[in-house]
Design a protein around this ligand. Structure first.
Ligand SMILES: Cc1cc2nc3c(=O)[nH]c(=O)nc-3n(C[C@H](O)[C@H](O)[C@H](O)COP(=O)(O)OP(=O)(O)OC[C@H]3O[C@@H](n4cnc5c(N)ncnc54)[C@H](O)[C@@H]3O)c2cc1C
Length: 463
């Protein structure tokens, strides 16, 4: 991923704003730059521009949004920022946490109004670590619907995307001014495209086994369920240009990927009272503290898998999510009328019956959990029961290029590079340094809010 001298480029044209990566951040940035009056071009390595975003649940936090107000939910950016700081145990940048919290509601409303993404508030359950219901999603709560709506907006605005256009190199001068990008096509032909400003929207390095081994070895045995094309290019280019990189060990894991089928089972099934056991029928963690950190706990269990145990009530409530409907159709969910049948359908040993009885006592407030979970906040499980075998998964990385409030990439001395911006997984997130700071929504907040800010600032720069 070298940085080449602009003197060696054969630019076929110069676009005002060049965006690398056509996922959620890239398309948001493109729409925002176009709205602000700049011509833009998006370069996407794949033959369709979908990225991690289309694989996601598509939920975006918008504290204080009009959707919350309409449901009588009293929320503020400050409350959300406090949740972010609590989840990261104070280990993320408080200014950026508050900044992105403040951008959440305007971004959600802009996505709904300008981009015509059909968003509504998820008001059926509270994600772990969130003090208010503030997640906004499309009707079936899928990232593919989000990307579908963004693509329609891109078409309406006549924004060009070049597909099968993996950017292999950037052109920049000694002052860090970026002049353009080189695409190396699958057949080896190269094309050079010049620009006045560039936005890196090509996510993190979850698709690079080498970088994972170097920075996050603990997650190497997890199932990879992210976008394989995200190889850490933004980080490599940024570093070569003298940019600061932070929280490189940070990632979003998930403790609920249907084993062998790769369907995410949303954490609502745990929040509402479900729990997880290993092959020995015993619990191994406080599942409710968050789904990200649960991934590595599952990886540490025999066979690297666990059973999620819940009941018919939770099963019915989960049907609001498209992913869960897919899990039903794919026959991932086991059904049992009794505890004995649950042991039969899962193959769990008799020790599991003691675990289930313990959970019932904890839900009734008669016993304390040795892992510190408060089971009284969820529903009490009653027969019939449901179970799904899950693996721990890696979704995407959260460390990346340090950016300022306009998404400008900063050097190690915190001065901005002249015309380079980054957002989404390419930028440092607000999840702190490890696996436990990821709060639901941090990924798409960084993708959409930083994308919108980057697009606007890049357009202003080239005006
Ligand atoms: C199953 C799942 C569920 C999730 N659910 C949520 C959720 O509900 N809420 C939330 O906030 N987050 C969620 N996330 C995380 C969220 O999806 C990501 O944080 C977000 O999509 C990142 O957006 P992005 O635009 O930065 O990256 P992407 O959407 O991955 O887009 C990056 C694009 O860049 C392209 N690219 C990479 N390198 C190059 C190159 N050299 N040249 C050209 N193109 C390149 C890639 O092909 C890709 O299309 C989820 C993730 C997963 C996997």
């Amino acid at each position: 991923m070298p940085i080449l001298s602009p003197d060696t480029a054969k630019f076929q044209g110069i676009v005002p704003v060049l965006i690398i990566g056509g996922g959620g951040c890239g398309l948001t940035a493109a729409l925002s730059a176009k709205q602000a009056g700049a011509e833009v071009l998006v370069l996407e390595r794949d033959h369709t521009a979908l990225g991690t975003t289309a694989m996601s649940t598509g939920l975006i936090p918008g504290p204080g949004s009009r959707f919350q107000k309409a449901k009588g939910i009293d929320d503020t950016p400050e409350m959300f920022a406090a949740d972010v700081m609590a989840k990261t145990k104070g280990a993320t940048d408080p200014d950026m946490a508050l900044h992105l919290s403040r951008e959440g509601a305007p971004t959600v409303e802009w996505l709904a109004d300008y981009c015509k993404v059909p968003l509504s508030l998820v008001d059926s359950f509270l994600y772990p670590g969130h003090s208010k219901m503030r997640m906004h999603g499309t009707p079936n709560r899928t990232g593919s619907e989000l990307m579908g709506a963004l693509h329609q907006a891109v078409e309406r605005e006549s924004i060009d995307i070049i597909l099968e256009a993996p950017v292999s190199d950037l052109f920049a001068d000694d002052g860090g001014h970026v002049h353009g990008a080189r695409i190396t096509r699958p057949d080896g032909t190269v094309e050079d495209i010049g620009c006045k400003a560039m936005i890196l929207a090509c996510c993190g390095f979850a698709g690079s086994r080498e970088m994972l081994a170097q920075y996050i070895p603990e997650i190497m045995d997890a199932t990879f369920f992210g976008h394989p094309g995200n190889k850490g290019d933004a980080i490599a280019w940024g570093r070569a240009l003298g940019a600061a990189v932070a929280d490189i060990h940070s990632y979003q894991g998930h403790g609920g990927l249907a084993y062998g089928q790769g369907i995410p089972i949303l954490w609502a099934h745990i929040v509402r009272g479900g729990f997880q056991v290993n092959a020995n029928g015993v619990r191994f963690s406080n599942e409710a503290r968050g789904y990200s950190e649960q991934a590595v706990d599952i990886v540490a269990q025999p066979g690297h898998w666990a059973w999620s145990i819940f009941d018919q009530k939770i099963h019915d409530a989960m049907k609001e999510f498209d992913d869960y409907q897919d899990a039903i159709k794919a026959d991932c969910i086991r059904h049992a009328e009794t505890v004995d049948e649950l042991c039969q359908v899962t193959g769990l040993p008799p020790a599991f019956k003691t675990t289930l009885a313990d959970v019932a006592e904890m839900a009734a407030g008669k016993k304390k959990d040795s892992y510190g979970r408060d089971f009284t906040t969820g529903w009490t499980l009653t027969p019939p029961y449901k179970a799904v075998r899950v693996s721990g998964a890696l979704f995407h990385t959260q460390g990346g290029l340090v950016v300022d409030k306009d998404a400008r990439v900063l050097r190690t001395d915190r001065s901005p590079l002249p015309n380079l911006f980054a957002g989404g997984g390419a930028a440092r997130g607000i999840s702190g340094p490890g696996n436990s700071g990821y709060l639901a929504g941090n990924g798409l907040l960084a993708a959409t809010a930083l994308g919108r800010l980057a697009g606007r600032a890049a357009a202003a720069l080239v005006a």
